[in-house]
Design a protein around this ligand. Structure first.
Ligand code: NAP
Length: 348
C-alpha cells in the first residue's frame, strides 16, 4: 500500500485514540506526528514520570489529551485505544506487557526490553494472546533508501554473499560507554539486516582497531562487528562514533551477480572554488526523519484494525539476543554463537 492509499484508508476510518507514555525527546516528536502530520489518530492521553514534561506537551501539541497519573492508568483507560511507549528502555517491558494484558495495540520504541529475558516474556504474552499487538520502533525498515535496497537485493543481484556496512557519528557524550555501541548504535543495523536479507544470525565477533584519539576513556572506538547468518552471509559493520566528519550510514550488499549500495541522502551537489562537494548530515534525526512518519502511519493503520504490523516483538527479541551476543563478543574477543529459540507460529 502506498502512503497516499494508507492515509486515505486511515482518513476514512474512525480515529485511533492514542495514549503516549514518555513525553521526552522522541515521545514529544511522535506526539507532534500524531497530532499534526499523520492521518487516522488523535492524542487522547499523555503520561510522563515528569508531570511538567507531560503538561508541556499537552499545552503545545495536544490540548484535548488527558494527562494521566500513571502509565498503567493510561493503558487501562477506556478513552485510550492504543499505546505508544516512548519512555526510557528500562520501563518498556512492564508497559508493553500491560498493553497486551489490556488487549490494546502498542508501539514500543526500541529497545523492546533491556534484556533478552524481558523481550521473551513479551513474545510469550503476545503469543498467548493469539494476535499481534506489538510493533517495535525499528524505523529503518520504513526508510525509502533501505526499501529500494531491499527490492534490488530480493530480485536483481543474485544470492547475497557479503554485506559491508558502517554506522558513524560525529561524536558521543561522556556517558556513552563501549557496550552502547551495540545497544544504542548497532541495534538498528542488527534489525535492518535481518529484514534486508531475510535471515537470522548464528555468530558474532567484535574486533577493535587502533583507538581514535578523539574517543574518550570509557569507549573503545572504532569497533568492527562481524556477523554470520544462517545462510552463510558474512557481514562486517564498522561502528565509529567519534568520526568527526558527520552522521554517515553506509550499506553495501555484494551478491552473486552484482552489488548494491544504500542510496546517499538527497543533497545539493556544489561546484565552487575549484571543488565539487556534497554536504553530509551531522544529526541522526535528520537522516531518518521521513521514515518515522511512514512507520507510525503504518502502525495507526494496523492498530485501527486491532493488530500490529512491521517489526514485531519477535524481531525485538531477536535483536536483544543478538545484542547480548555482540556485547559478550566485545568482552571476550571470541566468536560468540547466537541461538534463537523456535519461532512461535504467530511470527511465521
Ligand atoms: P528522553 O528524552 O529521556 O525521554 C524519556 C521521557 O520518559 C522523559 O521525560 C522521562 O522523564 C520519562 N520517563 C522516565 N521514566 C518514566 C516512566 N517510568 N514512565 C514514563 N515516563 C518516564 O528519552 P528519548 O531520547 O526520548 O528516548 C526514549 C526511548 O526512545 C528510548 O528507549 C530510546 O532508545 C528510544 N529512541 C529511539 C529512537 C529511534 O531511532 N528509533 C530515537 C530516539 C530514542 P525524566 O526525564 O524525568 O526521567
Amino acid at each position: 500500500m502506498t502512503i497516499a492509499q494508507t492515509i486515505s484508508a486511515a482518513t476514512s476510518a474512525r480515529s485511533l485514540r492514542v495514549g503516549v507514555i514518555g513525553t521526552g525527546m522522541i515521545g514529544r516528536d511522535h506526539t507532534r506526528r500524531l497530532a499534526q502530520v499523520l492521518a487516522g489518530a488523535t492524542v487522547a492521553g499523555l503520561y510522563d514520570y515528569s508531570a511538567e514534561a507531560a503538561a508541556a506537551v499537552q499545552a503545545e501539541l495536544a490540548p484535548d489529551a488527558a494527562v494521566f497519573a500513571t502509565g498503567e492508568a493510561l493503558i487501562a483507560s477506556p478513552e485510550v485505544d492504543a499505546v505508544l511507549v516512548t519512555s526510557p528502555g528500562f520501563t518498556h517491558e512492564a508497559y508493553v506487557l500491560a498493553a497486551i494484558a489490556a488487549g490494546k495495540p502498542c508501539f514500543c520504541e526500541k529497545p523492546l526490553a533491556t534484556t533478552a529475558e524481558g523481550a521473551r516474556r513479551i513474545v510469550e504474552a503476545e503469543a498467548a494472546h493469539g494476535t499481534r499487538l506489538v510493533q517495535v520502533g525499528f524505523m529503518r525498515r520504513y526508510d525509502a533508501g533501505y526499501r529500494m535496497l531491499k527490492e534490488v537485493v530480493d530480485s536483481r543481484i543474485g544470492q547475497p554473499l557479503m554485506v559491508h556496512a558502517a554506522h558513524r557519528n560525529p561524536s558521543v557524550p561522556d556517558q556513552y560507554v563501549t557496550p552502547m555501541a551495540i545497544h544504542d548504535t548497532l541495534i538498528h543495523e542488527i534489525d535492518v539486516f535481518r529484514w534486508l536479507l531475510d535471515d537470522d544470525y548464528v555468530s558474532a565477533q567484535v574486533i577493535f582497531p587502533r583507538k581514535s584519539s578523539n574517543a574518550h576513556d570509557k569507549v573503545a572506538d572504532p569497533q568492527i562487528v562481524l556477523l554470520e547468518t544462517a545462510k552463510g552471509i558474512r557481514i562486517d559493520v564498522e561502528v565509529f562514533v567519534n568520526c568527526r566528519y558527520g552522521y554517515d550510514i553506509q550499506c553495501q550488499v555484494v551478491g552473486e551477480d552484482g552489488l548494491a549500495n544504500l542510496p546517499e541522502p538527497m543533497s545539493i551537489t556544489m561546484r565552487k572554488d575549484a571543488a565539487l562537494s556534497n554536504p553530509i548530515l551531522t544529526d541522526w534525526k535528520d537522516r531518518f526523519v521521513a521514515s518515522y512518519d511512514v512507520e507510525l502511519q503504518d502502525w495507526i493503520q494496523a492498530a485501527l484494525a486491532g493488530t500490529a504490523s512491521g517489526p514485531s516483538a519477535w524481531d525485538g527479541y531477536a535483536a536483544a539476543i543478538t545484542s547480548d551476543a555482540c556485547v559478550a563478543a566485545q568482552e571476550s574477543g571470541e566468536i560468540v554463537r547466537i541461538d534463537l529459540p523456535a519461532r512461535p507460529a504467530l511470527y511465521a
